[in-house]
Structure formats: C-alpha cells, structure tokens
Write a protein that binds this ligand. Structure first.
Ligand SMILES: [Zn+2]
Length: 294
C-alpha cells in the first residue's frame, strides 16, 4: 500500500511551491515554479494543471491538500488577496475539491508557516508571534497554543498599522502603512535611490540613515506586538531577514531597547528560524496531521 501524504502548496508573491508531507513531518518531492508563468492565463486553471502534473509524477498517495495563500482567509473564503486579485472572493477550496475529491484546506500563508515553526520548535511555548519579512510584512500569532485569526481573519495584519507622518499608498487601500517602510518594498526603493543592487543591500548600506530608519520601523512593528500580546517567543524569518549581511543581532538590540521593563526583556526570547523555504508546505501537513484534530 502506498503511503498517504498531504500535498502542501505555498502560493507566494513570486513563487509557487509544492511538497508532500508525511506523518513524520518530512517533506518530499519539492517543486518550485515561478508564479509569473500563469500571467495572462486563468490562475485557478493554471494551478489545477500544475497540481495534476505534480500528482501524476508522485510516488505517494495524496490524501489531502493544504494551500497557503498570500491573503486573508475567513471561514475557507479568500476575502482579500491584493497580489493575485483573481483569488479574491473566489471559491478556491470548492474548485479544488470538485477537481480532486479529497479534503482541502485554504489558510493564510504565514499561518501555515507558523504551524510548522511551532511543531518543529519542539518546545512548550504557547504564546508566539512570528514575523515573516519578505516583499510584505507578514505576521502570525499563536495564543494559548492555537492560531489566533481574529473575527474575520485579519488578526496579525501588523504590516498595515499606520505610521505617523507617512503617506505612501499601500495596496491594502490605506496609506502610510508600516509594510511600506519595513519590508522588501522599502528596500527596493532605497536601493534604487542609491543606485545599488538589492543582493548586497545590507553590506553596501551598512550604517546609512535610510537603513537605520528601516530597522527602527521593523523594531516598532515587533515591539507593538509585544506590548499588545506579551508573547514568550518571537520568531523572525523571511527573505529580507535571510539576505546577506542582515543585522539581526542589531535588530534584536533595537527591539530590547524599546521594551518597557526588564521583566519583559528578560523573559522574551527572539529567535531566527531555519525552517527553510518549504515551511508553508510543511505547515499544511501539520495542519492536517495535528491541528484540525485537536
Ligand atoms: Zn496597508
């Protein structure tokens, strides 16, 4: 009998990743394709074709599919997805179920990554906030051991808190959002203003005032979550954090400088993750094997 596995799918801003997850939380058959491939085609059709090709070539039996999307998910409905507007208000879960006839789950991408982080940490922390800094400012919250999604799924949208005196329009429809000043979009702008490439950004720009401001904005977002939720653990990850020369130690110092008391500083652990680029796929496996059964 073939082994039953979960197919984890991570729809990112740039790449689509697929991987099989077994019940020992091991990933297999990692596959990546550029999301730009679908441009000018029907996204859902392109996704179904990609999944079909993948499953046909798989050695294991796919028993369920978990999909992480870069948007807000409320009761299985994608209610906001600015990067792939075709998915907004679409019935992706129903479409995939009709096609594959196996259990399907749709979840905000960073929430799946967070479940994988929580599982692999292999420790008892029950109150965790994860920051995933890439093109956008992703955040996911675990309170008392469970994902906290809020009333409509908007919990953790910390990238959209307004910064005083800032006014850049954000694709959420508001302006001056933290994400415009503390994520990849801001780095690209600073790099282009300084005529440097993004690859060595933190090496070429070390100590410059624009970078200091960027890091301070990042710290403000993280400290806001600490004051609001009093977590025992902060996880920091994402494409920006993994860039060459990123001053993680310095960022941790900035965070601690802004915390209000020694009690918080001494009891808050800040760690960077090494879950890797298939964390979202792995999280889909954790979701099925553990989370929905709890
Ligand atoms: Zn915004």
């Amino acid at each position: 009998m073939t082994e039953k596995v979960v197919l984890g799918i991570d729809i990112g801003g740039t790449n689509l990743r697929l991987a099989l997850v077994d019940n020992n939380y091991k990933t297999h058959d990692m596959f990546i394709t550029n999301i730009a491939d679908y441009k000018n085609k029907n996204f859902k059709k392109w996704l179904i074709n990609t999944i079909n090709d993948y499953i046909e070539n798989s050695s294991k039996e796919v028993a369920a599919i978990g999909v992480g999307v870069p948007g807000i998910v409320d009761r299985d409905q994608i209610i906001s997805c600015p990067n792939i507007t075709e998915l907004e208000n679409s019935k992706l879960k129903e479409t995939l179920y009709n096609q594959f006839k196996i259990p399907i789950v749709i979840e905000k991408d960073v929430n799946l990554i967070m479940l994988a982080e929580q599982k692999l940490l292999n420790r008892t922390a029950q109150n965790i906030v994860g920051f995933f800094i890439g093109t956008g400012f992703g955040c996911s919250i675990i309170i008392n051991g469970r994902l906290y999604k809020g009333f409509r799924g908007f919990a953790g949208e910390l990238g959209h808190i307004p910064l005083k005196g800032k006014s850049k329009p954000c694709n959420c429809g508001s302006k001056g959002c933290l994400e415009m000043y503390a994520a990849g979009k801001a780095l690209e702008k600073i790099a282009s203003n300084n005529n440097i490439t993004i690859e060595n950004f933190f090496i070429d720009m070390k100590g410059k005032s624009e970078v200091e401001e960027f890091l301070d904005n990042l710290a403000i977002g993280i400290v806001t979550s600490v004051n609001l939720l009093d977590p025992e653990l902060i996880i920091i990850d994402g494409g920006v954090i993994r860039m060459k020369g990123f001053p993680l130690k310095y960022l941790k110092e900035l965070i601690k400088q802004r915390l209000r008391s020694n009690i918080m500083i001494d009891n808050l652990e800040i760690i960077d993750s090494n879950i890797g680029k298939y964390g979202g796929c792995l999280g889909a496996g954790v979701y099925f094997f553990d989370y929905i059964q709890k």
